[in-house]
Design a protein around this ligand. Structure first.
Ligand code: ATP
Ligand code: MG
Length: 519
């Protein structure tokens, strides 16, 4: 507290008081002004606050609205959730049902597959059965056609043989007619024999029993023999037969009779399928390591669609009735098999209908010389009608013929006597055995299929005789058992030669002559 000095003049004090008062008043005024300013600020703050309060109120109102909306949404959501879960439940049950259906479907599918397999199996069985039946029917048809054709081919020559043999009356028929009739009978009988040979050959080929008697073959001689035997057929049609043989063609190894059969078949086809006045040519030439033998004609040719089938057995381009060509459709099948058995092949060329045909047989050239022993060398068979005229003389030769068929004996007797042999006929094995020691024939010709004592037994007994009794007498089996196994069996039983019926007279005479000379 300020120390107030009392000795001061009063005025001064008063002035000081007044100044203090004025300062206080100024301070008060300033404070008042501050207060007013603060009041104003306060008022504005209160206003602001009121405004804020208002905003707050409105915001609160908004919040309330929002809350209400939220509540409503929640309710909706809940309802939706409820619906969703019910939908889910429905879906689940649907799924379960679907699963069950799926299982059922699977089972059904499996059943269906089984059924399909079963029905496919049934179909397959049906198909196989149908194919089998169709094949059986086809084979049946081929068999029927073959039998019909075979009976036709057998009956045709038989008709000529029976007809002419009944027409020829000894003493009544004029000589010229007799010659003509006998010629026809011979030709037709040969045709029949060839038919049977072809059938047997085919059966040998099919069963793999065709055997070749292999030796070195003089191909030109074989071709000449074949040409010789088809000449009458070619002459009858006024056809030219030409032959061109390369002398350097080289030797071949093979069975001469079978090779002759090949050439004969090709030639006879060429003549058969070529119209009158046509030309047939045989060419033999060397092509590399092979000899090629071709037979070409200017005939009816072969259609391209038939070409692949020409070598199939029983296949003929024209099978219509009255075709006039005849045959069984075996010739070329035999040719093919024989060529193949010789290690060769056969092929055909034709420009088409009426453009002629060429058949080419290719045979390997033989590189090894086989032994041409007298026993081994066979002469090609020639069968012209006058073969007998050139066959050897049998004068002074005693021949015994054993057969229980009178007709067969008569034929052999006749053939032998024609060539001057003396013949003793025996109608049984017993008679033969009884006569041989006394008669001592040069050759015995016997049948195999005899009723009382067959040929195999008889030859056994004959061979059991001593040398002096005629136990080594050369023996010929003359038999209709013509297969290669029959031939082998005959040789094993003790025969020297096996000759198949029907026999060519010339061949039998040649055989007897050879055996008699050997003895
Ligand atoms: N030179 C040829 N010209 C035209 N066609 C031919 C000739 N050679 C064969 N053919 C045809 O081939 C078929 C079969 O011939 P293949 O020699 O096998 O039988 P085929 O002569 O009818 O009877 P087969 O020979 O058994 O007596 C003949 O029927 C014929 O249609
Ligand atoms: Mg033929």
């Amino acid at each position: 507290m300020p120390h107030v000095a009392t000795d001061k003049p009063h005025d001064e004090l008063l002035a000081e008081l007044r100044a203090g008062l004025a300062r206080a008043q100024a301070a008060l005024q300033a404070a008042q002004a501050d207060l007013l300013a603060s009041h104003a600020k306060l008022q504005s703050a209160v206003r602001d606050l009121a405004a804020k309060q208002q905003e707050l109120d409105s915001a609160q109102a908004d919040v309330a609205t929002l809350r209400a909306e939220l509540a409503a949404s929640k309710a909706i959501l809940q309802a939706a959730q409820a619906e969703l879960s019910s939908a889910l439940a429905t879906l689940e049950s649907a799924q379960a049902q679907l699963g069950a259906s799926h299982d059922k479907l699977k089972i059904a599918e499996e059943e269906l597959t089984k059924l399909r397999t079963v029905s496919q199996d049934a179909l397959d069985i049906g198909q196989t059965e149908r194919t089998r039946r169709a094949e059986a029917e086809r084979l049946g048809r081929i068999k029927d056609e073959f039998l019909a054709n075979l009976s036709h081919e057998i009956r045709t020559p038989l008709n000529a043989i029976l007809g002419w043999s009944q027409m020829l009356k000894p003493g009544k028929t004029p000589e010229s007619e007799l010659v003509e009739g006998l010629g026809i009978i011979t030709r037709n009988a040969r045709t029949q024999a060839r038919l049977i040979d072809d059938l047997l050959d085919m059966s040998r080929i099919i069963s793999g029993k065709m055997r070749l008697e292999v030796q070195r073959v003089d191909l030109p001689a074989v071709i000449d023999a074949a040409i010789e035997s088809v000449k009458p057929a070619a002459n009858a049609k006024g056809m030219k037969l030409q032959k061109v043989i390369d002398p350097l063609a080289g030797p071949v190894t093979g069975d001469p009779n079978r090779l002759q059969q090949v050439v004969w078949n090709l030639l006879i086809n060429a003549i058969k399928f070529t119209p009158k006045g046509g030309k047939v040519q045989v060419v033999v030439e060397r092509v590399n390591s092979h000899v090629e033998l071709s037979v070409s004609d200017t005939g009816k040719g072969i259609a391209p669609e038939f070409l692949p089938y020409v070598f199939e057995r029983f296949s003929q381009a024209d099978v219509s009735i009255g075709k006039g060509f005849g045959g069984l459709g075996l010739g070329l099948a035999i040719v093919k098999s024989l060529a193949e058995l010789h290690g060769g092949s056969v092929r055909v060329k034709s420009g088409g209908a009426d453009k002629g045909s060429t058949f080419i047989v290719s045979l390997p050239i033989s590189i090894v010389r086989t032994l041409d022993t007298a026993e081994n060398l066979q002469h090609a068979k020639v069968e012209p009608h006058d073969a007998l005229l050139h066959s050897p003389d049998l004068a002074g030769i005693k021949v015994m013929v054993v057969d229980d068929e009178a007709d067969a004996i008569a034929l052999v007797k006749r053939i032998m006597e024609d060539r001057g042999a003396a013949v003793k006929a025996c109608t049984s094995g017993a008679e033969c055995l009884a006569c041989v020691p006394g008669l001592r024939p040069h050759v015995v010709i016997m049948d195999i299929g005899m009723r009382e004592m067959d040929g195999y037994t008889l030859i056994g007994k004959l061979r059991a005789l001593t040398l002096d009794q005629g136990g080594r007498t050369p023996a010929v089996a003359l038999t209709a058992f013509a297969r290669s196994e029959d031939r082998r069996q005959a040789m094993l039983a003790g025969f020297d030669v096996h000759v198949a019926k029907p026999v060519e007279p010339g061949e039998l005479v040649a055989v007897v002559s050879r055996l008699a000379r050997r003895n």
